[in-house]
Every structure is written in structure tokens, then in C-alpha cells.
Design a protein around this ligand. Structure first.
Ligand SMILES: Cc1cc2nc3c(=O)[nH]c(=O)nc-3n(C[C@H](O)[C@H](O)[C@H](O)COP(=O)(O)O)c2cc1C
Length: 173
């Protein structure tokens, strides 16, 4: 289905609802040109430096981590609950050892601005380029977190394009 350009946070409430249920898909590509998708739920959005930013935390042992390090770009894709099984698979298998796009039967398609692909079956897409990154520092975490998530890198991605299916809000209800 054809997608229309939207403003970065037009469908943010719907995006957060899907993130809280089955997760979202982060797409990356390595310098070998192979695309990968992984489930993400440690993600926030807002204005920083006067720009629309998606902040995502990626553990440093993920295949997706290696890819982002190579391109400094990623896309975030919102799928309906119909794809819950694929979301779970993409959140448990690693692109380091298998072609996750082939196995999930989801379709990578070119993005408008960035190198990593979008997922054709998604109803909302965000295209991001990394403006800043840093690591979660174990000793700076409040004690009640117990060091959980210390081995993640935080990427601040400017949303350089966003698009959605015309009926996205309805399909994400
Ligand atoms: C619902 C859900 C949310 C997840 N959120 C994140 C996340 O925000 N950051 C992260 O590093 N891993 C997260 N994961 C784990 C990765 O998706 C998982 O380890 C995946 O297999 C990594 O794939 P890759 O090695 O192909 O990059 C999540 C998994 C699930 C199922």
C-alpha cells in the first residue's frame, strides 16, 4: 500500500501503544549491504537540539549494533498485531547467524532518505540518522535498576523522514 509522508510525531501515541504490546522493528544494514531487523522496546521520542529525535538502546552484542556502528542510520517500523509471531522471531533470533528477513517473510524496501530499508508490511515508518551516541554507565544507574541494561549503547537518531499508510491510525487501534 502506498505510504504518505507524515510529521515525525503524528502517530506517536499509536507507535508507543504497539511498542508496549509486541514491540517495534529496528532495521539496519551493514557495510556488506545485508539488511537486518530486530525487535526494540527500549525507545523514546521527543525534541532534542530542536530536532525530532528517536532514542533507542541497543545492546552491544546485537548484530544490529554492528550494523548501526557502520552506517549511523536506522529505521523504526510499526507493524500491526497481525505480525506478532514475526516480531517475536525478530526479537529472539540473530542476524549474525541467519537471514531474518527471509525467515520472517517480511519485505525490506528502500527508504526515502537513509540506507537501511523500511519494512513494506509496516504501517508507519521512521527514518533516522544518528546525531549522537553514548553508553549506559553501570555505576551511574540508580541502585534499584541493579545494573540491568548497562551493556547498551544509546543512539539519538534524528527523524529525517516519516511516512504511514493512509489508514494507519485505524489499523493500530
Ligand atoms: C519485545 C522485545 C523488545 C526488545 N527490545 C530490545 C531493545 O530495545 N534493545 C535491544 O538491544 N534488544 C531488544 N530486544 C532483543 C533483540 O530484539 C534480540 O536480542 C534480537 O535477537 C537481536 O537481533 P540481532 O542480533 O539480529 O540484532 C527485544 C526483544 C523483544 C522480543
Amino acid at each position: 500500500m502506498k505510504k504518505n509522508d507524515i510529521k515525525p510525531f503524528d502517530l506517536w501515541k499509536e507507535t508507543m501503544q504497539r511498542m508496549g504490546r509486541d514491540g517495534l522493528l529496528l532495521c539496519t544494514v551493514g557495510s556488506d549491504g545485508k539488511p537486518n531487523a530486530m525487535n526494540v522496546a527500549w525507545l523514546t521520542g521527543g525534541l532534542i537540539w530542536g530536532r525530532p529525535i528517536i532514542t533507542v538502546l541497543v545492546r552491544t552484542d546485537r548484530h544490529s549494533f554492528n550494523n548501526i556502528e557502520q552506517t549511523n542510520q536506522f529505521t523504526v517500523n510499526v507493524l500491526t498485531s497481525e505480525f506478532a509471531d514475526a516480531l517475536l522471531y525478530l526479537g529472539t533470533a540473530s542476524g549474525a547467524s541467519e537471514d531474518k528477513f527471509a525467515k520472517s517473510k517480511l519485505t525490506p524496501v528502500p527508504a526515502q532518505v537513509v540506507e537501511p530499508p523500511l519494512i513494506a508490511e509496516a504501517v508507519v515508518h521512521y527514518e533516522c540518522r544518528v546525531l549522537h551516541k553514548n553508553d549506559v554507565i553501570a555505576e551511574n544507574l540508580t541502585p534499584d535498576i541493579n545494573g540491568f541494561g548497562a551493556n547498551h549503547r544509546v543512539y539519538f537518531g534524528e527523524i529525517v523522514a516519516a511516512s504511514a499508510a493512509p489508514d494507519a491510525a485505524k489499523r493500530l487501534e
